[in-house]
Design a protein around this ligand. Structure first.
Ligand SMILES: [Fe+2]
Length: 152
């Protein structure tokens, strides 16, 4: 299996609205990797960060961010840099498809539903399709190793 539904508590409507407004109000989100301004990390508001730590089994994870793909409709096949698992909770509408390949053959895919927790295997080659211009999600993961001096 390349993905797994997690039976974790979900956030309430007020928290959903606060997270979506964060991407409109927070200045200087962090651009990630080679994706430039199309893939951004925002800071999760502290009250929601506290809720996550109190209500979700995430002791083993070091990163909780609000991730956003914008102005892009697909991400070509890749493996994520420095992580093998990404737990996501989709805040924007469902529609984007994560599709895994092995040696060029499609082996699995998921259209992640809105407002449910899913663990995705991002260490295996995958692409993201049907992004519809803007995908926003909570993202929880571990960084496997630090950025080297060369690439920092
Ligand atoms: Fe990825």
């Amino acid at each position: 299996m390349y993905y797994k539904k997690l039976d974790w508590p979900v956030l309430n409507d007020q928290q959903h609205a606060e997270l979506l407004s964060t991407i409109n109000t927070q200045k200087n989100p962090k651009p990630i990797g080679a994706w430039g301004s199309t893939y951004l990390h925002y800071t999760v508001p502290s009250s929601i960060l506290t809720w996550c730590k109190e209500n979700l089994p995430i002791d083993g994870y070091s990163q909780i961010v609000l991730q956003r793909f914008c102005n892009v409709n697909s991400i070509p096949v890749h493996t994520d840099i420095r992580r093998t698992e990404n737990i996501i909770y989709l805040l924007s509408e469902s529609g984007p498809i994560t599709r895994w390949q092995k040696e060029g053959v499609v082996v699995d895919e998921i259209c992640v539903p809105q407002h449910q927790w899913f663990s995705l295997n991002t260490g295996a080659p995958h692409e993201v399709l049907n992004l519809n211009g803007d995908r926003v999600a909570i993202s929880i993961f571990n960084i496997l190793y630090p950025v080297s001096k060369k690439s920092a």
